[in-house]
Design a binder for this molecule. Structure first.
Ligand SMILES: *Cc1c(COP(=O)(O)O)cnc(C)c1O
Length: 369
């Protein structure tokens, strides 16, 4: 039977019902604990704060419904990515990363993995489909890529990489499990920054690793326990609360993004629009086949850096900020970070504002140019 995301989300919302006793609070407790009462042989379910925590278990349990896989929580997306790299890679292993993906992942690999003998290679997201994938220990895929929103065929890439013996890791941050399901398309591992749409309230950093391979999950969990890259209890609780409204938020965000991308594409002030949901996106057919939504990010190319900055500063309902996926629409001119995109390229993150006022504000701002 194929995965029913609506059913999974409804089960996620009610995942604690069975454990509630009369008078219990419906919201999960925040359990601040470094020590647990531990007499005799250390066999209790909780032993020490770096190993386990009841509030981590709540968010991991909820995410497991959505990923349909075992989930391990981390204090940031980068900690989740690092846990997979550092628990799996050994000197001499080859690692393939997208040259146009989230840049910190490349910096992490080049700064800490290359010096200990991991061979780090880069490939543009659109070239993954034709790249020879033999000989890699890990192939990391990020589709749509951040910030360029290029697409590759996840099922094909995962199939070819796995046949060649690689562990296939998909960074699914931009889509969340509600927009794309890499594990169902053949990836071994999902890594994600829940700092973005999954939490959605721009108030916490968080991340997770999901996999259906129990040995791999155990290895990532051990890495977290030994390194101590553990989430805070309050952060775990906040992400659980954010996650509970993900389905309605993501629906609004993706619906608005579709409407706004189409209107921006027809606007004379705009040079180019990159949105996987538009039929003229080069990856549209693949996106249609592998994504359940087209996402909340739009790549907008304006004339130059000045035009991009002006758009971001003058639009009332567009918050100038890096990052994405929040309730508030925000925008970031990515060339200011050194990304290899046009100077006037704006990564626009559509939020939860009602669509028409948001569009009217953008249109008014562009008209004034
Ligand atoms: C933000 C982001 C990350 C890193 O997440 P943090 O929570 O900031 O550590 C990783 N991958 C992608 C695609 C991202 O957008």
């Amino acid at each position: 039977m194929t995965f029913d995301a609506d059913e999974a989300f409804a089960r996620l919302l009610h995942h604690r019902d069975g454990s509630l006793r009369p008078g219990d609070p419906v919201a999960p407790p925040i359990v601040p604990a470094s020590l647990y009462f531990l007499p005799g042989e250390p066999t209790a379910s909780h032993q020490y704060g770096r190993f386990t925590n009841p509030t981590w278990a709540v968010i991991e349990g909820a995410l497991a419904f959505l990923e349909d896989a075992e989930t391990v929580a981390f204090p940031s997306g980068m900690a989740a990515i690092a846990s997979v790299f550092l628990s799996q890679l050994r000197p001499g292993d080859r690692l393939l990363l997208p040259s146009d993906g989230y840049y910190t992942t490349r910096i992490l690999a080049e700064t800490y993995l290359a010096p200990i003998g991991v061979v780090v290679e880069l490939c543009a997201t659109v070239d993954y489909d034709t790249r020879d994938l033999t000989g890699y220990r890990i192939v990391l895929v990020e589709t749509p890529s951040n910030p360029g929103l290029d697409i590759c065929d996840l099922r094909r890439v995962a199939g070819r990489a796995r046949t060649a013996g690689a562990l296939v890791v998909a960074d699914n941050t931009t889509m969340t499990p509600l927009g794309q399901r890499p594990l169902d398309l053949g990836a071994d591992v999902v890594v994600a920054s829940d700092t973005k749409a999954l939490n959605g309230h721009s108030d916490v950093l968080f991340g997770h690793v999901a996999t259906r391979d129990p040995a791999l999950a155990a290895s990532v969990r051990d890495w977290r326990k030994l390194v101590g890259a553990i989430p805070g209890q309050f952060e775990a609780w906040l992400v659980h609360r954010g996650l509970e409204s993900l389905e309605v938020r993501f629906d609004r965000m993706c619906t608005s993004a579709g409407v706004i991308a189409e209107r921006l594409a027809g606007h004379r002030g705009v040079r180019a629009i990159q949105y996987p949901g538009l039929p003229d996106h080069p990856g549209h057919a693949v996106a249609r086949a592998q994504m359940t939504r087209f996402g909340s990010l739009i790549g907008v190319t304006l004339a130059d850096a000045a035009a991009a900055d002006r758009f971001i500063d003058e639009a009332r309902f567009v918050l100038p900020a890096t990052s994405f996926g929040g309730l508030l629409t925000s925008a970031d001119r990515r060339a200011r970070w050194g990304d290899r995109v046009a100077e006037g390229y704006v990564r626009l993150s559509i939020g939860c504002e009602p669509t028409e006022p948001l569009w009217n504000d953008m249109a008014r701002t562009l008209e004034a140019f």
